[in-house]
Design a protein around this ligand. Structure first.
Ligand code: FRU
Length: 319
C-alpha cells in the first residue's frame, strides 16, 4: 500500500513538473520583412532559418519578401505586426517610406531590428549589418590604384559608377564611400549614373556609355547582380577584356565566381550575418545586454585572395 502511494505521488509530481516546464518554454516568434531576393538574400534567409535551432529557446522565424516593392513591404510589415510576432527584423527597401510602418509596429511594443538597410530617423531598437560606406571606399581605393596603372600607359581613364536605387541606404552609402576614395584624383575622369539594383538597367547604362564613343575603362556596380548586366553590355558591344568591372556582395555562384573567372576585377564580401541577427533578437527578447549598433566586417575580394575566400565561404555554407 505504502509503495503504491509513493509511486502515485512520484508520478503526479513528474507530470506536474513536465507540464510546468512545457508551459515555461515560450516560443519566440520572429517576423522578417525582406525587401528583395537574390543570392545575398537567399544566403541570409537560410542562415536565419538555420539559427532557429541553434539556441536553447524555441524560435520560429517567418520571412516575407517584398520583391523590391516598397508598398508591398509596408503591407507585409503591418500584417507581421498584427500576426502576434514578438520581434520584427526588417531590411527597408527605401529608407523613408518604411519609417511609418516600423513606427506602427513599435507602437505595439514590438522591438524592431533593422538589418542591412537603414530606416530614416532613429526609430528602431537595434541595427546590424555591414558598412556600406566601407564597401564603397574599399572598391574606390582599388579603382584609383588600377586607374593609375592605366595613366602610366599614357591613357586618361574614365571611371563609370552605376549606382543602385539611391532611395535605399546601401546605395547612398556605397556611393558616399566610393566618391570619397576618388576625391582629388584629377588624373581620372569620373561619371556617376543612377541605376536601380537590376542587371537590365545596368546593362542599358553601360551600353549607353560605350555607344557614346568614350569607352569607360572601369565600371563600378553597386552589387554583383548588377555587374552581370555590365558584363552582358561588354559581350553585346564586343568590348570584353577592355573594361574592368567591380561589384559588391562576394557570394559563391555569383561575385566570387566572376572574380575567379576574370569577368570581374574585384568584389567585396558584404556580410549577411543571419545567425548574428537571430542572436541579437534573442538577446533583446530574453532581456540580455545587447549593442544598439552592430557592424559586421566585410573584405575586398581580388584575384590574389578569391580562392581562399571562396573555399572558406563554401565550407561555412555547407556546414
Ligand atoms: C540583395 C541586395 C544585395 C545588396 C544588398 C543591399 O537584395 O541587393 O545584392 O548587397 O541587397 O541591401
Amino acid at each position: 500500500m505504502r509503495r503504491t502511494i509513493i509511486r502515485t505521488v512520484l508520478f503526479i509530481s513528474a507530470v506536474v513538473f513536465l507540464f510546468a516546464s512545457c508551459a515555461e518554454r515560450k516560443e519566440y516568434r520572429i517576423g522578417v520583412s525582406q525587401c528583395a531576393e537574390g543570392r545575398w538574400r537567399e544566403k541570409v534567409n537560410n542562415e536565419m532559418l538555420a539559427a532557429q535551432h541553434l539556441y536553447e529557446q524555441d524560435v520560429k522565424v517567418t520571412i516575407a519578401s517584398a520583391h523590391d516593392d516598397t508598398q508591398l513591404q509596408v503591407k507585409q510589415i503591418d500584417s507581421l505586426g498584427n500576426a502576434g510576432i514578438d520581434l520584427l527584423v526588417v531590411a527597408p527597401n527605401e529608407a523613408e517610406p518604411i519609417a511609418a510602418a516600423i513606427e506602427r509596429v513599435r507602437q505595439k511594443g514590438i522591438p524592431v531590428i533593422c538589418f542591412d538597410r537603414k530606416v530614416k530617423g532613429d526609430n528602431y531598437t537595434a541595427f546590424i549589418g555591414g558598412s556600406n560606406v566601407e564597401a564603397g571606399h574599399a572598391i574606390g581605393v582599388n579603382v584609383v590604384d588600377v586607374a593609375n596603372g592605366i595613366v602610366a600607359l599614357k591613357h586618361r581613364p574614365l571611371v563609370l559608377e552605376v549606382t543602385a536605387l539611391m532611395s535605399s541606404s546601401p546605395a547612398q552609402e556605397r556611393h558616399e564611400g566610393f566618391a570619397k576614395a576618388l576625391e582629388g584624383h584629377n588624373e581620372l575622369d569620373y561619371v556617376c549614373r543612377e541605376g536601380d539594383w537590376s542587371s537590365e538597367t545596368t546593362c542599358r547604362i553601360v551600353k549607353e556609355q560605350i555607344e557614346s564613343g568614350r569607352l569607360p575603362d572601369i565600371v563600378f556596380c553597386h552589387n554583383d547582380g548588377m555587374a552581370t548586366g555590365a558584363y552582358k553590355a561588354l559581350v553585346e558591344t564586343g568590348t570584353e577584356g577592355k573594361i574592368f568591372i567591380y561589384g559588391i556582395d562576394g557570394m559563391p555562384d555569383e561575385g566570387l565566381d566572376y572574380v575567379q573567372f576574370g569577368h570581374q576585377l574585384a568584389s567585396y564580401v558584404y556580410p549577411t550575418g543571419g545567425e548574428e541577427i537571430i542572436r541579437l533578437a534573442l538577446n533583446i527578447l530574453t532581456g540580455k545586454p545587447y549593442e544598439r549598433e552592430n557592424k559586421l566586417d566585410g573584405i575586398l575580394v581580388v584575384r590574389e585572395n578569391v580562392w581562399s575566400i571562396a573555399t572558406t565561404t563554401k565550407e561555412l555554407m555547407r556546414q
